[in-house]
Design a protein around this ligand. Sequence first.
Ligand SMILES: NC(=O)c1ccc[n+]([C@@H]2O[C@H](COP(=O)([O-])OP(=O)(O)OC[C@H]3O[C@@H](n4cnc5c(N)ncnc54)[C@H](OP(=O)(O)O)[C@@H]3O)[C@@H](O)[C@H]2O)c1
Length: 300
Amino acid sequence: MSGIRNVAILGASGNFGTPITAALIAANFNVTIITRTSSTMAHPPGIPTLRIDYTLGALTQAFTNQDAVVCVVGPGGISLQKTFIDAAASAGVERFIIDDFGWGPTPNGFSEFSAIHASRKEGWDYAAAKAKEVDGLTWSGLSTGNPIDWAMKKFPMMGFDVQTHKAIIYDQGTERFTGTTLEGIGQAVVGTLKNPEATANRFLAVQSIQTCQSELLKALQKATGTQWEVTRTTSKELIESGKEDFKTGAGLWRLKLAVATLYDVGQGRGKVAVSREESDAELLGLKAETADEIVAKLLQ
Ligand SMILES: NC(=O)c1ccc[n+]([C@@H]2O[C@H](COP(=O)([O-])OP(=O)(O)OC[C@H]3O[C@@H](n4cnc5c(N)ncnc54)[C@H](OP(=O)(O)O)[C@@H]3O)[C@@H](O)[C@H]2O)c1
């Protein structure tokens, strides 16, 4: 496989697309942003940007001369993955990075996520089948688990309210989970494209930290110099509440069960790998991060 230089990205201005695009630019790839004609997102200036309708013909033209395509569109665009892959195959793209950035092909999550998982997996299976059929086309999937610095800030249900110095600790706060910071997610894409042989046609387990709530709380108290007000609850209550919301169609079931994936006692649901050594962190060039470093990012 030749060296990958030209990289197109779909979803460049999203939660994860933004740090991925920044990492690709910093690593000197020639980046082209592909965006929908209907997009209302602001895209970073100075990067070639193609605003197109997502038809097979327009996408094929947009992907021509690209060595790789990174697919990081939001959940609304997941069903378009097959069209993206067909276009990549027709345009002669070498590597298609599928839209995982979650828990990979065999998540140890709750059954309520089955339908969402199946719709995502359809695109991933299609990429694998297409790569077998089309000479030169390969794929990679990055299972990044919990996007820890982003998620802790965005979702107080994860247990930490940085503004009020209040914490919700589930059970003993000792259930361990893996996370990857936004910086780590960007590095995972760069590391994949810099190691095309070792990363071809497979999912990669990505993590920059393995931690638990107690460690994070300790780091937060140290960094803020205050004793946080702690409320205790159980993962069992959160799971029951999430499952009940799922049955009634209430909006928060996804968030509740996503958080419970991290904290369900003794289940190890929130790990993409049992240890850093068994993950692909070294191959992808991800630095190991400590709870103190995560907290420093959070408080920035
Ligand atoms: N592991 C986790 O906990 C976790 C958390 C969040 C996200 N994720 C995953 O990470 C990936 C990216 O998510 P994100 O939160 O970064 O996405 P996002 O910010 O919601 O959206 C990113 C971009 O996707 C494009 N897009 C959105 N809807 C689309 C549609 N209907 N058709 C085509 N394109 C569309 C848009 O780009 P343009 O406007 O430029 O066209 C948008 O800016 C997804 O697979 C998501 O499930 C995982």
